[in-house]
Design a protein around this ligand. Sequence first.
Ligand code: FAD
Length: 513
Amino acid sequence: MEWDAIVIGSGIGGLTAAAALARCEKRVLVLEQHFVLGGMTQTFERQGFRFATGLHYIGGVGPQPGAAGSFGRLLGWLGDGTQRFAPLPTGFDTVRLRDPKRPEGEFRFTFGAPEDDNITRLKALFPEDVAGLDRYARDFKRAARAAKLMFAMHGLPKPVGTLLGWLRGGALRKAAQVTLAQALADIRNPTLRHLLAARGGDYGLAPAQAPLMLHATVMGSYTHGAWYPIGGPQRFVESLGATVRAAGGELRTSAAVAGILVEDERACGVRLQVGGTERAPVVISAMGAANTAAALPPETAPDWQAEIRALKPSGAYVALYLGFEGNIRSDSFDGANHWIYESSPDALDWQDPADTDAPSLFVSFSSLNDPAHTGGHTAEVLASCSWDFFSRWQDSLLGARPEDYAATKSWIEERLLAQFKRLFPTLADRVVFHELATPLSQAAYANAPQGAMYGLRMTPGRLLDPALHVRTPVPGLYLAGQDVASLGIEGAAMGGFMAAASIKPRLWRQMSR
Ligand SMILES: Cc1cc2nc3c(=O)[nH]c(=O)nc-3n(C[C@H](O)[C@H](O)[C@H](O)COP(=O)(O)OP(=O)(O)OC[C@H]3O[C@@H](n4cnc5c(N)ncnc54)[C@H](O)[C@@H]3O)c2cc1C
């Protein structure tokens, strides 16, 4: 066979798996259905403006020793040594809650690092909830520790995982059921409850659905600060891709995998949509668990396929990409993200984008955080929304969507732009470029079922599901990416790394670098 391994999908999960195997002298073929590499770390350019897609900030890549900086060290070892990260401002997440009683019409609080400092400032603002905040901070830390163990169980070799399951399985199952809403129940002040839940868009769930473990993992990743890749998220492809190529591998675009080949009950390659096959003794699928199950012959591991099919996709979103004229950096715009709520955190999804304003928005000014940024300044405006609204056009093709879709899309774009201008009046006259992406864009460019933003929905059941182990029941077929352990750049990368380490166990040693 020409290749030692085939990796399906060139997102951070696939790239990490491929680079890790390349570090073990393996020749890896990475196949990407899109004409651009990188999955959700891809960037695109319009009229001189460069936009990021699925990365606005990450944690774990700072200079801290120990676990706090281990993700950055791992990426450094896997890549070609050229990737660097720039810190966001110390206060990197500004939450803005509508409050008509205040003269400026909203209540603002900026979360930053270290995490304990957030709690101290919140206690000063909400003295009646000091005890509740202490309890929340304690539960948060416990949940983050438990989550680490639970995520590891999706990748550990079966005997170790089984032993861990016997020892801690019951406690983990119980811990996974606790929602963020339950953890906040003791907080008396509703504004404080809302503030603590306001960044749920980072994992796409309202407090009543979000496992505290997930909330603590994602928020906890920013305990020591937040960073942005210098040169933009496509630097991951350049840096990790260089390692793959140096070991004799290849990264191929416009190469959609139509099926996974199984012979003698073992995965042995893939069938390409454009025709032809590629063969290798190992196939790592980083295209999402649902796509993986759908690519298998129906008679291969049917129970596993049914279990994966039963898991729901995460929510969808629309994105408005904005380009500005001039320098937008100021005291108000220093690179911090803005989390804006026009109603309660439970109303996360925009149910009717054609007739109402979005109930909540996430606005990121990525260009301000990239010291190597070229071109005009940009913002990405994201709103969680319902797939159902867009599903009527799901069978139409990219580039040939019907007129009513184009009209609705342009109406939503104008509406969202007007909402942005109302919320950012000082930037209103500077907008010179805008373009909307809908869940159909995500479905087409990332092959994401139902335009899902974060792969599978992170319910307690999904967190614990043994079907989402890097080792599938099909020998030679491994799962990687965000559907294994956790969503997010670091979570998806760890999913990829654990898949590679299951094939080359000496890689596990690199986890403790
Ligand atoms: C709008 C948005 C903002 C985000 N912001 C952040 C953030 O600020 N920080 C953070 O940590 N996380 C963020 N995330 C989450 C993060 O981007 C993802 O969790 C992570 O990138 C997923 O990586 P992955 O490799 O698992 O999947 P993907 O990046 O989706 O990669 C999967 C790849 O598989 C390819 N593929 C699918 N089917 C096939 C096929 N049949 N054949 C070949 N290739 C195929 C796809 O085209 C895609 O390239 C964000 C996500 C979104 C959508």
